[in-house]
Design a binder for this molecule. Structure first.
Ligand code: PEP
Ligand code: MG
Length: 652
């Protein structure tokens, strides 16, 4: 018997949901498999096979079951896929595996430092400390022939090593300091080590005459290679977990151990080619000042764990191998990807001062979490969070966000092989609204262009995509893409305080056309008997045209949110991604500030509220100016919220 179901698991069947799903499947005697409608089946009891399918959230899959309790198994497993939301956070990754831009928290490297764009900025913050090198020796396969009559003993040795290895992981999990994210990752590693397919492949190698170490290395290598072939960045990064598990098993069989990561001294910077999540679990919480690796990406489990624990990290620093091996001291900036090996005294002093300053500032602001700040004159100001995915809800609430001032919906579209459905979008926006209610969540409609391709939207080649078919321009031309989003937002508005804003507006006509589409979607939902809520409609002011026409635009919208990132690049005609024009591309340029002031004046005149959601909203040096102009809401990356609240409370 079979059943077709749409996968609701956030980010698809990645490591943790796959592990949970396999675990659930194992509670039934029925043989269960899962496949795409036109694809080959994978055994549902094998987490690694499930992961390798790289099923995305929203994709339809077919479950097939055979055996006594097949029906019950299908009920439970399809319910899991249709409703389950992974219990732990998946990686916070931007498009194409790059880290989410640290909007609002970006701290430029101290002036005068030799800055070279080095590695992947994987976990923000500065760090400096003695290097703790972790370059484990390569394990060479012994290639010892095992005669058939010894195979049973060799398999028994394998199982003893499996028990020892998973036992050590369970002990790590139970030790103090493991966060829920750690536990999820450790569980996924255990699931790989115990995976029936993997263990079966190793046993088959042994039975074909190979010793257990060689068998583990061969089967593990083949499995890791399968992960590396997967297109999905996140699933591909699981090759690293397989490598960690394989190595741990091989070492256990050889009676050897890697450098003892549990002995990392306080304040050290871990330097390595690669640190698997497995390795990281051994480092006692709170010991590390930073991590620098020549391999790895922002989607690797190591990056997630580093971010969870607040350890600055630079990964994928490809040029750093030789220098790191001989380093005695290392400094890093996890916000920019810069690394200094054996920094000179002046650089070290500057980084140390930054680390100390950051620590002190964080501690001093912790009490502001529940505070709703007001200026000295008593004007309340909303300090909200910029989010790109639901995974960031926790840190935003933790930081004291009073709602969401910018929910970038691009990730929802970019992570998939097809456009997200209206239902998926409605679920996502509703969950966001519920998490912050009664505070508002401002959802930005799709802001995408030819520089950020999306499956399901064919972008023509453009010589200058930043001046091209993007944001509202593309959406108005593609009602098949835009209307499901608007309908989803109307439905989600029933779940909380949803506001909607439109990016890249440059004419009044665009706003009128969006409003007409909203009315059309509402009428459609009414006719279908579907419930729809109300939302305020606002626009981002981020083109010079919108700033110049703010007075006219204000008559048609409920609010403005100033996107200083784009407004700066367009006002100053300086590419926001080009470091050569970085001096022009500054929100504190008088021309940009004047544009902001004009927009605020137009908003005041029309009686609508105005916020800022570009990076400049988090600049404590600019906050007093913005408040003086009349800005009532500042939205930024969660980490910047306490600092911004303090700046508001000090402003006249
Ligand atoms: C902006 O342009 O300021 C903004 C917030 O939008 P984004 O950075 O996503 O372009
Ligand atoms: Mg923008």
């Amino acid at each position: 018997m079979e059943r077709t179901v749409a996968v609701a698991c956030k980010d698809g069947l990645h490591a943790r949901p796959a592990a949970e799903f396999a675990k659930l499947a194992k509670t039934y005697v029925a043989e269960v498999s899962l496949r795409r409608p036109d694809g080959a089946p994978a055994k549902a009891k094998s987490a690694v096979k499930l992961m390798l399918l790289a099923v995305k959230e929203g994709e339809e899959v077919v479950l097939e079951a055979e055996g006594d309790d097949a029906e019950a198994a299908l009920d439970a497993l399809s319910a899991y896929l249709a409703t389950h939301e992974a219990g732990t956070a998946a990686p916070t990754a931007g498009p194409a595996g790059l880290p989410e831009p640290a909007s609002g928290t970006f701290t430029p490297p101290p002036a005068g430092l030799p800055s070279r764009a080095a590695g992947v900025p994987a976990s923000e913050g500065a760090g400096i400390g003695p290097a703790f090198p972790f370059f484990p020796e390569v394990i060479v396969a012994p290639d010892r022939a095992v005669p058939p009559d010894e195979a049973v003993d060799e398999v028994a040795r394998l199982h003893a090593a499996l028990d020892a290895t998973t036992g050590a992981l369970i002990a790590n999990k139970l030790e103090g300091g493991a966060t829920p994210e750690d536990v999820g990752i450790i569980d996924a590693l255990i699931e790989v080590a115990r995976d029936a397919e993997f263990v079966g492949a190793v046993e088959a190698e042994i039975r074909s005459g190979r010793d257990a170490v060689t068998a583990v290395l061969r089967a593990g290598g083949a499995l890791a290679a399968s992960f590396e072939r997967v297109e999905d960045d996140y699933i591909r990064a699981r090759a690293e977990d397989v490598g960690g598990v394989t190595r741990a098993l091989a070492l256990s069989l050889l009676g050897r151990a890697d450098a003892d990561l549990s002995a990392v001294p306080e304040g050290a910077v871990l330097v390595a080619d690669e640190v698997s999540a497995w390795d990281f679990t051994k480092v006692p919480a709170g010991r590390l000042a930073g991590i620098v690796c020549t391999q790895g990406a922002a989607t690797s489990h190591l990056a997630i764990m580093a971010r969870t624990h607040g350890v600055p990290a630079v990964l994928g620093w490809r040029d750093g191998g030789a220098a790191l091996r001989s380093a005695t001291r290392v400094a890093l900036d996890g916000s920019t990807g810069d690394v200094w090996v054996d920094p000179d005294a002046a650089t070290a002093a500057r980084i140390e001062a930054r680390v100390a300053g950051d620590r002190k500032a964080r501690a001093a602001l912790a009490h502001l979490r529940g505070v709703h700040p007001a200026t000295r004159g008593g004007r309340p100001i909303e300090v909200a969070a910029n989010l790109g995915s639901l995974k960031e809800i926790g840190p935003a609430l933790e930081a004291g966000a009073m709602g969401v001032g910018l929910f970038r919906t691009e990730l929802l579209f970019m992570e998939r092989k097809s456009l997200p459905s209206e239902d998926e979008q409605a679920r996502t926006y509703a969950e966001l609204a519920r998490a912050f209610a009664p505070h508002p969540v401002v959802v930005r409609t799709l802001d995408i262009g030819g520089d950020k391709p999306v499956a399901g939207i064919a972008f023509p080649h453009e010589d200058n995509p930043f001046l091209g078919w993007r944001g509202v321009r593309m959406c108005l031309d593609r009602p098949d893409v835009f209307k499901p989003q608007i309908r989803a937002l109307l439905r989600a508005a029933l779940s909380g305080n949803v506001k909607v804003m439109v990016p890249m507006v440059s004419t009044v006509d665009e706003v009128l056309r969006v409003k007409a589409l909203v009315a059309e979607c509402r009428a459609e939902l009414d006719a279908e008997g579907a419930e729809a809520g109300q939302f305020e409609l606002g626009i981002m002011v981020e083109t010079p045209a919108a700033a110049l026409m703010a007075g006219d635009l204000a008559r048609h919208v409920a609010f403005f949110s100033i996107g200083t990132n784009d407004l700066t690049q367009y006002v100053m005609a300086s590419d926001r991604l080009n470091p050569r024009v970085a001096d022009l591309n500054r929100a504190d340029q008088p021309a940009v500030l004047r544009a902001v002031e004009m927009v605020c004046a137009a908003a005041r005149e029309a009686g609508i509220w105005v916020g800022i959601c570009g990076e400049a909203a988090a600049r404590v040096d600019l906050i007093p100016t913005f408040l003086r102009y009349g800005v009532g809401e500042l939205s930024m990356s969660p980490a910047s919220i306490p600092r911004a609240k303090a700046a508001v409370m000090e402003a006249e």
